[in-house]
Design a protein around this ligand. Structure first.
Ligand SMILES: NC(=O)c1ccc[n+]([C@@H]2O[C@H](COP(=O)([O-])OP(=O)(O)OC[C@H]3O[C@@H](n4cnc5c(N)ncnc54)[C@H](O)[C@@H]3O)[C@@H](O)[C@H]2O)c1
Length: 463
């Protein structure tokens, strides 16, 4: 279940009690708007960020169970992206698509125009690169809209602090918020989490996550060709830029980091890491100019001393591993058998994965094997039955944990969760004011290279 296989274009395709109490008391005596669709009411959808995943998420939304849904508005900064997304979605779910030309919006303010087409209780999908999440989320809350937003949610401390505040506001308004960490909706991982918490493999001592394959997405780019604008080009190549995506570490590794922390039922307190860039040119010899390393190895520590290792590599010709494991005092669990959360999950007596030691292997009903479908059915069920549902705080925390691993590798320092949350380096100040002619948040030097990490030399910030 890798990322690209779940995008339409390429495919086949906690609320903490203090927050809840504070929100409740802040709203005591205030009449909350009735924003929830009854079972059979039409729920309208607006898609903001019409790329691969956005198109896939829209089809998931239009295929969700429980009642009618319709795509009514779309927004992007590139016309060609919106056009190909529209035709792809129309081809798959034609009867549920009603987006005439005057509800297709282009530009950095297009998100507002698309959300203005919705009524309270409808759903806005945010599938732009992460830099725009807090901007989009703030407007959705203002408009009383439910939200589905893709991971990661943040790449730096400033956006994380903003998003945590917005998450509380959304809960206070009883809005339903889904976050695209789809592992959480894997029925196999849900059962595994329960089994681990019931003690099936004893106390967790070590967890291991791997995502190692060839260069992927837009993580390694050569010089800006001069067109489109530097800002738009960076957006188009968002995996290369920490302000846009958190880089390949956040974008690619967050799923495994998130579901392993779920198995431990905790977030790590600190991280130390190794990383580097071995290959500095593309196969034709043109220098890479992006901000990523091609290898990361992060050791996270939990409050009880347990460790979690996350290894990421984007390199051809090496041993590819893409899976995750949990070692307990009594046994081993395979969390993701392959890719981000691939079936089956299983548990074993002792630390060797061999059939004779197997205690359990997941059996998932045929209509629930796809976590991308499950996450939409779960969200729509919460909307239609007015159940509390807000994954935003957890999504920000998973993003922060990813960022602390990345920052530890990029600076060569030990980074705590609190360091990351309180870090002062804001990657994209003023992202809410961007226009088509704004300068890019990072600018190339005379050789066309962007500021890159220098572990041990640049220690307080990543570049
Ligand atoms: N959960 C998953 O498995 C999964 C899989 C793929 C992608 N994703 C996430 O989805 C997000 C998008 O990834 P993608 O692969 O679809 O990228 P993409 O480049 O294909 O799509 C992003 C789209 O957003 C548009 N966009 C950029 N800035 C915008 C803005 N300010 N306003 C409106 N539109 C804007 C782009 O033009 C593009 O069409 C990323 O955060 C990525 O991590 C998640």
């Amino acid at each position: 279940m890798n990322e690209s296989s779940k995008s339409l274009i390429t495919r086949r395709e906690f609320i903490n009690t203090t927050t809840r109490a504070a929100a409740a008391s802040a709203l005591a005596g205030v009449a909350l708007p009735h924003v929830h669709a009854a079972g059979s009411d039409l729920v309208q959808i607006a898609l903001i960020g019409c790329g691969g995943r956005g198109s896939g998420a829209a089809v998931n939304a239009l295929s969700s169970k429980g009642g009618p849904t319709k795509l009514v508005a779309m927004a992007d900064v590139f016309e060609d992206r919106l056009a190909s997304s529209y035709s792809g979605i129309k081809q798959e779910r034609g009867d549920s698509v009603d987006v005439p030309a005057d509800r297709k919006f282009i530009g950095f303010d297009a998100y507002k125009k698309a959300m203005d087409c919705l009524k309270p209780g409808d759903v806005a999908i945010f599938t732009t690169p992460l830099a725009f999440r807090w901007v989009n989320f703030a407007y959705a809350i203002e408009k009383n809209l439910n939200v589905f937003m893709e991971k990661p949610l943040t790449a730096d401390g400033a956006a994380s602090r903003r998003m945590l505040k917005l998450a509380e506001e959304a809960t206070a308004k009883n809005l339903k918020v889904g976050v695209g960490l789809m592992s959480r909706h894997s029925r196999a991982l849900q059962e595994l989490a329960q089994r681990i918490q019931d003690g099936e493999i004893g106390d967790i001592i070590l967890m291991r996550g791997y995502r190692m394959h060839g260069p992927a997405g837009s993580a390694y780019v050569t010089k800006w060709p001069g067109d489109p604008s530097e800002l738009l080009w960076q957006i188009r190549n968002f995996h290369s830029f920490l302000w846009a995506s958190g880089g390949c570490f956040n974008d690619f590794y967050i799923h495994i980091v998130d579901h392993l922390c779920w198995m431990k039922n905790a977030w790590p307190v600190k991280a130390q890491a190794l990383g580097g860039k071995h290959y500095r040119t593309d196969p034709e010899g043109k220098p890479y100019v992006d901000q990523n390393f091609d290898v990361y190895s992060v050791e996270y520590t939990f409050a009880d001393g347990a460790r979690m290792l996350m290894d990421g590599r984007c390199m051809n010709g090496c041993n590819d591993i893409y899976s995750s494991y949990v070692h307990g005092s009594k046994g081993l669990a395979v969390a993701s058998n392959s890719n981000d959360c691939g079936l089956p999950s299983s548990t074993f007596k002792g630390q060797n994965r061999q059939r004779s030691n197997q205690l359990w292997t997941s059996q998932v009903p045929g209509d629930q094997t796809d976590p991308y479908t499950n996450e939409w059915n779960d969200l729509m069920d919460a909307i239609r039955n007015d159940r509390p549902y807000n994954e935003a705080k957890r999504g920000v925390e998973a993003s922060l944990v990813s960022s602390m691993g990345r920052m530890a590798a990029h600076t060569g320092q030990e980074i705590t969760f609190e360091d990351m949350l309180n870090s002062k380096h804001e990657f994209a100040p003023g992202v809410d004011q961007f226009t088509m002619t704004s300068p890019a948040p990072v600018l190339a030097d005379a050789d066309g290279k962007y500021p890159a990490p220098n572990p041990g030399i640049t220690r307080e910030r990543e570049y």
